[in-house]
Design a protein around this ligand. Sequence first.
Ligand code: HPA
Ligand code: ZN
Length: 335
Amino acid sequence: MPLPKAELHLHIEGTLEPELAFELARRNGVRLPFADTEALRRAYLFEDLQSFLDLYYELMGVLHTADDFHDLADAYLARAAAQGVRHAEIFFDPQAHTARGVAIGTVVEGLGRALDAAEERHGVSTRLIMCFLRDQSAESALATLESARPYLDRITGVGLDSAEVGHPPSKFREVYEAAGALGLRKVAHAGEEGPPSYIVEALDLLGVERIDHGLRCLEDSALVDRLVRERIPLTLCPLSNVRLRAIDILEEHPLPAMMDAGLLCTVNSDDPAYFGGYVGDTFHAVREALGLGEERLRELARNSFLASFLDDDEERRARLLAEVDAYDFGAEPQE
Ligand code: HPA
Ligand code: ZN
């Protein structure tokens, strides 16, 4: 049995495996510019965030119907559950779909159907987080929030993703204020490729509760002190950092130093179909590459539940934390 954990940084569109992409392309009569799944996999060599995003947006063009979104999410939940995920907070990018003529209601209905069944089918509790594309305008983000109003009972929070540099959090102050007024939780990608000042802006101007990535906080020791003091969780994605070349090799990932510094770190998969693994694979990879011992892995699993938006179900959080505490790694490493 794998170590129980929560996944807090996962783009559902980034779970689109080549096989499902081709199946959905066939189903919807979409032509993909790749001969087969092998040819597509060969395109998974990225220079930086933008070169990944170009393929990510192109490939999600196969998603059209509510059933497509359902099948995508159900496939992720099955895979995640097999790797010990007991709670998942799932990002989606409505603007990437509405721009192609797919209504936000279609996306939320399909994802919602899979998420509603997830606890019974896979033993995974879920939350949905709607992300704004930061390389689109602030007006577009506001219109997206407005269009989501009929579905807010299914949406726990808002996030900010896509191309970071040149699109600081300050651009989205108004929409985050409006989201907060609607009772939505707030997170944002910051400090993935962007400077530490974007992390400070996300905290001070947007009022976020967690920072997605946050890797570049290490360049500002006063910011590290603040993140430690205020117990701001970071949702790190080590395999993503290597694939998008934020760091050269996994062996050089600063995760151990960040934990030593007292940062509240979690480990997540980001876009697992593209970056070489789901969250259990990621735990395994950091264990091997960084020599993390069992107590460090247990701390990461504990942090994932502590940093989750399970505040509305403290009983479940307590139960899952107790499972982590009681977890027996046994003779054979499971992660
Ligand atoms: N960073 C920013 N935007 C994204 C990512 C990411 O890693 N994945 C999907 N959208
Ligand atoms: Zn991300």
